[in-house]
Design a binder for this molecule. Structure first.
Ligand code: SF4
Length: 225
């Protein structure tokens, strides 16, 4: 039988091996460019603007990255789909299914703005990631502060974003898939105890990890101070 390939020309960031991004597994990591948020502390600024990739020298065609994964699949436990925002990649369900057919586990990192997609991929064995890591950034009522502004001054997600994130968190919690929520410990006034309390219902009883802010490559240079 001919070896299956994925005809994906999308330019992505690719890191062949990571020991840190998929709990308990040696993995490759794919960084999809673009994101529908513009968190000022984002350390993937070039990537979300589609220019470059964190941890990689340059953007790589997706099909080349997947050939590399296929060649090394016996040494890998899984593939992390990250970004930018991986859920914005239009062929994500197909891609997850393709990677799973290689016998590899899939971890999806998401900012939680696409609950319909999450519900859809989590409802089918073929497209269900084996692990989901979802960001909880600031209190839901403040999420709109993170959205990029359009020329018209608004953003298509606008005031809907808090509801989208809350719905995604509920879908992830109920999915039965191994998952974690993640927050950056940002300095006040961005992330306060009030934010923690407002986010607590979204995390529910799930694993909720806090990580320190990495300064040096923030999208907004003021955050590097
Ligand atoms: S959601 Fe993540 S990738 Fe997108 S801008 Fe914020 S930190 Fe960056």
């Amino acid at each position: 039988m001919a070896e299956e390939s994925f005809d994906g020309k999308a330019a992505i960031g690719f890191q062949k091996t990571t020991l840190m991004d998929y709990p308990g597994k040696v993995a490759s990591i794919i960084f999809f460019p673009f994101c529908n948020m513009r968190c000022p502390w984002c350390h993937n600024g070039d990537l979300i603007l589609g220019r470059n990739a964190a941890g990689a020298k340059a953007l790589t065609p997706l099909d080349e990255a997947l050939s590399s994964v296929a060649k090394r699949r016996k040494a890998l436990g899984g593939v992390v789909l990250s970004g930018g925002e991986a859920a914005l990649y239009p062929r994500l369900p197909e891609l997850i299914s393709f990677i799973k057919r290689q016998g590899l586990a899939v971890k999806l990192d998401t900012n939680g703005t696409t609950p319909d997609l999450l519900e859809s991929i989590l409802s089918s064995r073929e497209t269900r990631p084996d692990y989901v890591a979802m960001d909880l950034k600031i209190a839901p009522a403040r999420y709109a502060e993170l959205l990029p502004k359009t020329d018209e001054g608004g953003h298509p997600l606008g005031s809907k974003i808090a509801g989208l994130v809350e719905r995604s968190a509920a879908i992830v919690r109920a999915s039965g898939v191994e998952h974690e929520f993640r927050s950056l410990r940002l300095p006040e006034p961005y992330f306060t105890e009030a934010d923690v309390e407002a986010l607590r219902p979204l995390a529910g009883g799930s694993v909720w990890n806090f990580r320190p802010l990495v300064r040096g490559k923030c999208l907004d240079p003021a955050w590097n101070q």
